[in-house]
Design a protein around this ligand. Structure first.
Ligand code: F6P
Length: 357
């Protein structure tokens, strides 16, 4: 008999359901008796004891279903040690729920913030496995997160669609891609969609360089320019600001997002018409792509194997094509940034893509 708790926390993405399906299929394949506890809306469900008893059947037919059948919510790691409005100690409450249900383990699907809390619960003595979810692919210790490739498909499709209209109108177009701190998604969608300029947080931009790249294309009679811009792209002039200075600066920031600032500056410098397109949360929506279905099924099965072996305290990741158990303490709290000196950046520059640096 196994008693397994599961929750999905943070922003949703494609393949959350596919991953849970992989875990449940794997475990049910080994044990005749399995009790599955699905906590609702992420850590909230664990804190307040809101859960549903599930069976293997609940996980049938969800391989292709986006979102999460458990629901999700953002519960900031920083707030975990802060009592709720009624004075409830959240960490103690989560431990109590776990022990009351006599769980053998808790499988937590989520991104960086979620992982930090997962590690905290491990430190508190719970048997934890973490599954790396995020369209940002920014979790340290795994080559890939599920959701990323599906989001690359959507953001790329957006750039593809913009391409045809940009070519017709001879305009400059900006497609703003998700990713506040890390530019993996923008980089990949930008290359896949044939963007001319890619701006990511790891490579602060200079607006003059961007305008030079646009001018160069105009001189070559290309007729239009497409920029793939990460939500977290930052100009060189603000890159050295401290967190406090930046917070102060943002209080009077006149634009809804950095893309609009870039658009404004490009039209002032070059006199060209600029349009901004923001695919936003569509990037996290819909069905997982085949790559993500395979990845999440493999990660789910690898988690099931760890449960069978009662080997806990890990993120189940993938490195060099092989699933692997990454100690949570080695991964939690670290981000996997784009290395500005990596070959993918050099190759992109080699074919003429500008990073505005
Ligand atoms: O971390 C995933 C992510 O989709 C980021 O790329 C994005 O910046 C953020 O979540 C958006 O969060 P929310 O859904 O809370 O607006």
């Amino acid at each position: 008999m196994k008693r397994i708790g599961m929750l999905t926390s943070g922003g949703d993405c494609q393949a959350l359901n596919a991953t849970m399906r992989g875990i449940v299929k794997g475990v049910c394949n080994v044990y005749d008796e399995v009790e599955l506890y699905g906590f609702e809306e992420g850590y909230k469900g664990l804190i307040y004891g809101n859960y549903r008893m599930l069976t293997g059947r609940d996980f049938s037919g969800i391989l292709t279903k986006g979102g999460t059948i458990l629901g999700s919510s953002r519960q900031a790691f920083k707030q975990m040690r802060v009592p709720d409005e009624k004075g409830l100690d959240k960490v103690e409450a989560m431990k109590q729920t776990y022990h009351k249900l006599r769980l053998d383990c808790l499988v937590i699907l989520g991104g960086n913030g979620t992982q930090k809390t997962a590690n905290l619960l491990r430190e508190e003595g719970l048997n934890i496995l973490h599954m790396p979810k995020t369209i940002d692919n920014d979790i340290y210790g795994t080559d890939m997160t599920f959701g990323f490739q599906s989001a690359v498909d959507i953001a790329t499709n957006c750039i593809d669609c913009i391409h045809t209209t940009a070519a017709s109108h001879g305009r400059v177009f900006i497609v703003e891609v998700m990713g506040h701190k890390v530019g993996q998604l923008t980089l990949h969608a930008g290359i896949a969609g044939g963007a001319d300029i890619i701006l990511i947080p790891e490579i602060p931009y200079d607006i003059d360089k961007i305008c030079e790249a646009i001018d160069k294309r105009n001189k070559q009679k290309k007729g239009f320019t497409i920029l793939a811009v990460a939500e977290g792209a930052i100009p060189k002039k603000r890159a050295d600001m401290s967190k406090k200075e930046l917070k102060e600066f943002m209080k009077t920031y006149p634009y809804p997002a950095v893309s609009y600032e870039i658009a404004d500056e490009i039209s002032r410098h070059t006199g060209t018409e600029v349009r901004v397109t923001v695919p936003g949360h569509t990037q996290r929506g819909g069905s997982p792509c085949p790559y993500d279905r395979v990845l999440s099924t493999r990660l789910g099965a690898a988690a099931a194997q760890a449960i069978v072996e009662e080997d806990y305290g890990y993120m189940i990741g993938i490195v060099n094509g092989e699933t692997t158990r990454v100690p949570l303490e080695k991964s939690a709290g670290k981000l996997k940034f784009v290395d500005p000196d990596s070959s993918i950046i050099k190759e992109a520059k080699m074919i003429g893509i500008s990073f505005g640096d």
